[in-house]
Ligand binder design. Structure first.
Ligand SMILES: [Zn+2]
Length: 206
């Protein structure tokens, strides 16, 4: 089953993570995982620039090393960045030591206290360790499913529009795998958001 909006029982079970924000205004938070990726990240940045909005990019350290120019562009254009490990580690298949080392390795390239676990997979114990390192673990409330092959983008776009509300954190991917779906959904989603008066902002910790 495809769960676009993360249900409350999952949030309760998985503590210590940020799933969305309580906002007094119309702020909505777009996030992009897995870049920087040539062509895709640039396409996203062009779109954000056109609409004069900001977002947050959870970068993979290895991709930052490969594409420092695109990474610099993300920063220069005023977006927030986050750590998504160096080699897109799966916490369920990696030892705690290796996982934390991989985050450390990424943090040498990515100067951020925002962390998002690849695949959303992470134990409560590991969340605690990562927070003790001074980071916040940022999940999402709305999953775009842009990575899904054969996604019915038209119906998924309707779901995204309906489920999103002020304070929502949405996750998209600036990866080749998702590019096809991203191109079909993101421009229309942003345009819809503007008609709703949503204020697309980057994630900033108090
Ligand atoms: Zn990822």
């Amino acid at each position: 089953m495809k769960l676009t909006k993360v249900p409350n029982w999952i949030r309760k079970l998985k503590s210590g993570r940020i799933w969305d924000f309580s906002v007094l205004n119309n702020e909505v938070f777009l996030t992009f995982d897995d870049g920087p990726q040539p062509e895709v990240t640039d396409w996203v940045l062009d779109l954000l620039l056109k609409h004069e909005i900001k977002a947050t990019f959870f970068c993979v350290g290895a991709n930052v090393r490969k594409h420092p120019d695109i990474y610099a562009r993300i920063l220069n254009e005023g977006h927030a960045i986050g750590n998504h490990t160096f080699s897109h580690q799966n916490a369920w298949k990696t030892s705690k030591k290796d996982y934390l080392e991989d985050i450390d390795k990424a943090s040498e390239l990515i100067d951020s206290k925002l962390f998002r676990p690849p695949y959303g997979k992470i134990s409560n114990a590991l969340v605690k360790d990562i927070k003790e390192m001074g980071n916040e673990v940022i999940m999402w409330s709305i999953l775009s499913y842009d990575f899904k092959t054969n996604l019915n983008t038209e119906s998924q776009l309707k779901i995204l529009k309906r489920k999103t509300s002020p304070g929502s954190i949405l996750v998209f991917h600036d990866s080749m795998k998702s590019f096809h779906n991203l191109k079909k959904m993101l421009p229309s989603f942003i345009e819809y958001g503007k008609t709703q008066g949503w204020d697309f902002k980057r994630i900033e910790l108090q």
